[in-house]
Design a protein around this ligand. Sequence first.
Ligand SMILES: Nc1ncnc2c1ncn2[C@@H]1O[C@H](COP(=O)(O)OP(=O)(O)OP(=O)(O)O)[C@@H](O)[C@H]1O
Ligand SMILES: CC(C)(CO)[C@@H](O)C(=O)[O-]
Ligand code: BAL
Length: 371
Amino acid sequence: MVWKVPLASATRLPSPRAFSTSTTLFHRATGAQIPNTSIRVFREIPALRQWRRKQRLDHRSVGLVPTMGALHAGHLSLIRMAAADNSAVVVSIYVNPTQFGVHEDLDSYPKTWDEDCKMLRNLDRELSEDGGNLGKIAAVFAPTTDTIYPSGIPSQEVDGKGSFVTITPVGELLEGASRPIFFRGVATVCMKLFNIMQPEKVYFGQKDVQQTVVIKRLVKDFCMDTKVVVGATQREPDGLALSSRNVYLGTRRRKMATVLLRTLKLAEAAYFSGCRSRSELLGPAEDWIHHLEVEQRQNKPEKRASFLLDYISLADPETMEEIDEVDEKKGAILSGAIKMLPIEHPNDGEDLGLSGGLPVRLIDNIILQAA
Ligand SMILES: Nc1ncnc2c1ncn2[C@@H]1O[C@H](COP(=O)(O)OP(=O)(O)OP(=O)(O)O)[C@@H](O)[C@H]1O
Ligand SMILES: CC(C)(CO)[C@@H](O)C(=O)[O-]
Ligand code: BAL
């Protein structure tokens, strides 16, 4: 994609100054919290562990929702699920440098701390008023990079050294093939977050389906005492999956961005009509998206929103390995990724998206349910 970032700039979290701004107050006795809420803000492990111990002593369950901030309704739906199930919800906000390749968008990744605090405050009010919940938002964990990587940030190079968790082969496929250090970074930071928080349950979104498979494998293979819960993908009215990176799109590419879901839906429709083989399911869908890809390329520069198809996959739901035939007892995962290319010929005053229209990688998926 874009993106060459010096490691020194990799701390993506609210600076200590943020703790004296209007959205986070620091109280000597109780630590920081989001104003007009009881939501604590932890930046360091000892205070968080102390708080966690108290929850255990009080027999209060903890649900963790890991995020990279720039919150949207997809994140909020996971927090709602966590509040329904747990006495206390912790939302982590940390833009984890080790899951970004050296040319990826770490530096420009949207950071909206003040807005995130407002969203959490409003959601917490809603949760308090809704009697159906077991708990509400108890804390935000917004660590510094020194806290998460006490021996320094490990390398972002594929063959770099460091204390890593790797989950292979699933972490090497699909998203892992296009972003070779991505799942190593995700598994490593999630292992740390789970160790720090020791949550009874952790919540992840279906939008990042391969990530959910990697996390389930992490928990299983490292005998971690937590349950992985997956929440449905939240979408815009036209079907585009909500994603923090959608702010990069701008108006013209935003209209084209639904092409991926429309392609997956063609394959899903074939499944509903009785097709089970890879060629029947993916063939027409791939032809359609390739046709659109070429059509955009041939369109006038002032009109086109070009994209490149990375992959369309039909995979086993437990391993993410490609399959030739859907086993109805297991179901399958249809997934895909496209790269929206920069607008080559912006029109006067055109909204190009955050950071002037960087290339944007979009992913999406549909589960073909087991019969
Ligand atoms: N549309 C969505 N619906 C449900 N969950 C989502 C959605 N988007 C993200 N999530 C989940 O929220 C959690 C945190 O994701 P993250 O902070 O990376 O947001 P994101 O929108 O996925 O960002 P990005 O644009 O970087 O992919 C992940 O478990 C992710 O799957
Ligand atoms: C799980 C996660 C918070 C790890 O950094 C991130 O990959 C995300 O937001 O999906
Ligand atoms: N939502 C997954 C995090 C990432 O793409 O970096």
